[in-house]
Design a protein around this ligand. Sequence first.
Ligand SMILES: Cc1cc2nc3c(=O)[nH]c(=O)nc-3n(C[C@H](O)[C@H](O)[C@H](O)COP(=O)(O)O)c2cc1C
Length: 458
Amino acid sequence: MATRFALKLLKQSVSNVVRQKPNVVPRYHYCTNAAPTPPPRKIPHSSKKGRLFTGATLALLIGGGAYASTVDEATFCSWMFNATKLVNPFFAFLDPEVAHRLAVSAAARGWVPREKRPDPSMLGVELWGKRFSNPIGLSAGFDKNAEAVEGLLGLGFGFVEVGSVTPVPQEGNPKPRIFRLPKEGAIINRCGFNSEGIVAVAKRLGAQHGKRKLETSTTSSPAEDDVKQGGKAGPGILGVNLGKNKTSEDAAADYVQGVHTLSQYADYLVINVSSPNTPGLRQLQGRKQLKDLVKKVQAARDEMQWGEEGPPPLLVKIAPDLSRQDLEDIAAVALALRLDGLIISNTSIQRPDSVSKNPVAQETGGLSGKPIFPLSTNILKEMYILTKGKIPLIGCGGISSGEDAYKKVRAGASLVQLYTAFAYGGPALIPQLKAELAQCLERDGFKSIYEAVGADCR
Ligand SMILES: Cc1cc2nc3c(=O)[nH]c(=O)nc-3n(C[C@H](O)[C@H](O)[C@H](O)COP(=O)(O)O)c2cc1C
């Protein structure tokens, strides 16, 4: 396969080089009085420099192709992931939002490596009747408009969550609204739900969903899958995170609209009531407000026509800045309404000591990354104990290594998610996290993720 890919690449590149016509003067149509811009200077291929350049390109491609054709698929894959590390310093120079836009576009076009190596079977998780080939997911906010689902899943995430998606398209807060704290491995954002809206996202997911279904139907059974794909679970799991419009006064109506339009494409749905950048949103985490909201959303979902698989599970994403009383209230609602899961947590409005000296920490918004790891992991643990391990939890907040992911699992998470460390570390981080997580499990004598879930709470 690696050989085939390398040869294809080589063939395409050679034909591109050969196809270029030398000295073709482009036609310009001038419709203003402005002085015409001269066409960019090109090195003619017939010149000495041009021949040298073409020769060097061909030599590089032939050499690279020859090398790639000698290695097996796993080596080639590992090489491709490691090669992405070379691009990271370039991204660090760009404005954070521009860098993010570029990364999403690259993933949408498939200009990212594709994980071909099977996940270690001990990382497999079966939840809500779905099989996750590994428990490491990409959290909401990275692919807000579902532009790059295939590319992101292809990187080897066990699942990808798109959104938050609002019913009506909205711009979000004025830019700049994303701030890096690289030394601290953190980000502060006040995006404010910039979203293309549910209709645009539904169209995109609709186009992809057909393919996802098709792919699912070609993989007959998990057992056969294991043999054919070495432990890979079909096309991957997609979560859809729902938000509300800033100016909307009826939050429940917003989430219900999201459910009506998007739930058919989702493997799971999330009610996001924890972004700090939409005024009043976090109040929906209060006992009565949350109960009313979840009941309405569950009813809307259950009224829809569902096939054999049934409706997608419904989760609530909460903040890391909640009091003990808040947590007890949320746990009570989750248990009473048989919520399918909780995501713990979103970004924080706190500024722990580890960031407070950085002037960027003064920016308004939600803090994410390493500094919130203790905060969000403590809340996760408390929630696992309060819900007696009966509600599946997704641990999120500050994960940047396999050991961090492992700590979340021990604190009660069945699955984990990350954003900030991926923004800094890029694709190479994903295989690294999976390998480290498997090592942690083995080190402590666990044969599977299940065995380790909540180990620190027993
Ligand atoms: C720039 C940015 C945008 C985000 N947008 C959303 C969002 O739209 N919806 C949401 O639920 N979480 C959003 N998040 C929060 C992340 O999903 C995640 O919960 C949080 O960053 C903690 O994880 P981390 O420390 O691994 O980044 C966003 C985070 C960042 C950094």
